[in-house]
Design a protein around this ligand. Structure first.
Ligand SMILES: Nc1ncnc2c1ncn2[C@@H]1O[C@H](COP(=O)(O)OP(=O)(O)OP(=O)(O)O)[C@@H](O)[C@H]1O
Length: 590
């Protein structure tokens, strides 16, 4: 089987000759529009005018030769609603005459159109406790399912004996599997994809052991292997390191350009702040007034006044020396390995009060593992206790609850594990931050001290309640709309928000509530890992403002983990320092 070169120098399978009844890539041959909405509004199911639509007067047509991106932000946003409408999960009123997807010529869009969202990590539904620390320890039997078994079960070996119903056979056709050459070509496409996304060596590892970025890459590969005609990828770059982002965008370009039977038409969902790939020819911008602006990229960018991308937030003229306080954490010669795999090798890192760090490293570099050592969640934090000085004591001298109260944390793991019970309000969720647990406690739901409830009306209770008000005023709904006030008094709107059930919030709202939880107790160490996931632009602005201002005191240290430089709330003038993990080693870089 031969290969042709593509713009990303990836090898994509040469066109596979499918029989005439094949339904693959009908958009490549058809002159019919991919999508056609003359003018409709989008409603939740069960609602019609005069109810308020989620998006109104949408007029949007996609021709087969056009490459589209939809810009908007926040996982509870109108962009999500728009994609839900394309997936048939929202009502379009009036329905487009002749169907939403003319190029399908009457085929069922449920089979031919797929949306995969990466805007946030799929959460473990329900109120069950999910033990995310399980990945650091010995893997239990029920957690042993490998990446291959979970995401690509059809690729089990040996190849000639495969039962690969989806991957090897155009779905919709019954009867024997297509000829061997075709099978092989498709299998090679799988191999190519997994190799290029650096998933090959991970295929037979338990999924629970994979890093966030590695799991996301697997979901992307799975999406690209699907037999669909239109693939909508919402925020596929989230959580990916820079080289993988570049690689993925080139891949998508190649798929878009090549007349390959493997290539669906692709619509990319992107955050407004993301740099647009050059090959995108058209964009649709979801605007704050619930309308959709569509057209050629240049025209829409001009008309919507979107910011020009590419400038880094940190391009300082001169550096600022931040005055550091006492030592908070000292890591000396710390190594972590899993069997033969060395993940961290002889790491040395000291974190002082009032320091601000950006922890960097490619997907799978060991950032989450390192943070799990700092928080004491990693079982090896006990065996390496003398190499880990946490707040002046070796790890083994700290009871875990006391450590939890000293570290404010946001991470995809906590977002996923945080209980979604109806009885838990936003106030309760934030209040758990004083103790760092997941269970609201105390008369005023602001936690216990030393295992007992706080004295009613006492100084500590008053301080905690006032901190609750501070974070709600600084990071609550009014702040998302850009309202900035010096006195930052809490409003009725923020208090009403505090009464809502945490489980009912959008993923973006949940993210900002968990950020409030991490900051409310003013702990000496704050760890923010992918803190912005799912937040809309207003929330991100409010969070950045707070973190670079009064949200952190001089007696606190903060570490931000992000693959995006512009997500770090401080620049070098603010004295931010960078710690890079590469090939298991850690170095401070300028
Ligand atoms: N139990 C385990 N067995 C084998 N390997 C493991 C185990 N747990 C983690 N790893 C590996 O350790 C490496 C580091 O994972 P970690 O989650 O710390 O990476 P990361 O830098 O946080 O990545 P990302 O940016 O994708 O979140 C990964 O390659 C992962 O597959």
């Amino acid at each position: 089987m031969g290969w042709i070169s593509s713009p990303c120098r990836c090898r994509l399978p040469r066109q596979i000759s499918l029989n005439p009844s094949s339904r693959r890539s009908i958009h490549k041959a058809s002159a019919l529009p991919i999508l056609h909405i003359p003018k409709s509004s989008i409603y939740a199911f069960g609602e019609t005018p005069p109810a308020d639509p989620v998006l109104r007067d949408v007029s949007w047509t996609i021709q087969p030769n056009e490459a589209w991106a939809v810009l908007g932000s926040g996982s509870g946003s109108s962009k999500t609603a728009l994609f839900e409408a394309l997936a048939g999960h929202r009502r379009l009123h009036p329905p487009p005459p002749g169907g939403l997807f003319p190029f399908l010529q009457g085929r069922d869009s449920h089979d031919e159109v797929r949306t995969v969202s990466f805007a946030h990590r799929p959460s473990s539904a329900g109120g069950e406790f999910y033990d995310y620390t399980a990945r650091y320890g010995a893997v239990r039997d029920e957690d042993k399912k490998t990446l291959r078994e979970t995401f690509f079960p059809e690729t089990a070996r040996p190849l000639h004996k495969l039962a690969m119903p989806d991957l090897l056979k155009p779905s919709g056709e019954s009867g024997p599997v297509a000829d061997y050459e075709q099978e092989r070509a498709k299998h090679e496409w799988f191999e190519e994809l997994t190799q290029r996304l650096d998933l090959g060596r991970l295929l037979d590892l338990p999924v629970i052991a994979l890093s966030n970025g590695q799991t996301r890459k697997a979901r992307i590969a799975k999406a690209l292997l699907q037999h669909v005609e239109l693939l909508i990828l919402d925020e596929p770059l989230t959580g990916l390191d820079t080289p993988t982002r570049t690689l993925l965008l080139s891949f998508l370009h190649a798929l878009h350009t090549l007349d390959s039977p493997r290539s669906p038409h692709i619509i990319l969902g992107m955050r407004i702040k993301d740099p647009l790939p050059d090959w995108i020819s058209h964009i649709a911008v979801v605007r704050g007034d619930r309308t959709l602006l569509t057209g050629k990229k240049e025209n829409v960018l001009r008309e919507s006044y979107l910011p020009v991308h590419g400038a880094s937030a940190s391009s300082p003229a001169h550096e600022h020396r931040r005055t550091h306080g006492d030592e908070v954490i000292r890591i000396s010669d710390l190594s972590v390995s899993y069997g033969p795999r060395d993940v961290l090798k002889s790491i040395n890192w000291t974190i002082h009060r009032n320091s601000r760090w950006h922890l960097m490293g490619a997907n799978g570099a060991g950032k989450t593992t390192l943070l799990a050592m700092l928080t004491g969640e990693h079982p090896q934090s006990y065996s390496q206790s003398r190499r880990l000085s946490l707040f002046g004591r070796p790890r083994s001298q700290w009871p875990t609850p006391q450590l939890n109260a000293r570290i404010g944390r946001v991470s995809p793991e906590i977002h996923n594990a945080f209980p979604r019970r109806y009885a838990m309000t936003v106030w309760d969720a934030i209040g758990t931050g004083f103790e760092g647990g997941f269970v609201p406690r105390g008369r005023r739901r602001v936690g216990f001290f030393d295992g007992v409830d706080l004295q009613e009306g006492g100084e500590l209770e008053q301080w905690r309640v006032s901190r609750m008000h501070d974070v709600l005023a600084a990071l609550g709904p009014r702040a998302w709309r850009g309202y900035i006030s010096k006195d930052a008094a809490i409003t009725d709107e923020d208090l009403a928000f505090a009464k809502r059930a945490f489980v009912d919030l959008s993923p973006g709202e949940q993210s900002i509530v968990l950020l409030m939880r991490a900051l409310v107790g003013q702990p000496p160490l704050v760890l923010l890992d992918e803190a912005w996931a799912g937040m809309d632009d207003g929330m991100v602005q409010a969070a950045r403002r707070y973190l670079s201002g009064e949200g952190l005191t001089e007696s606190q240290a903060c570490v931000v983990v992000s693959h995006w430089e512009d997500e770090v709330p401080w620049n070098r003038e603010d004295g931010v320092r960078r710690f890079l993990l590469r090939d298991g080693e850690g170095v401070e870089v300028s």
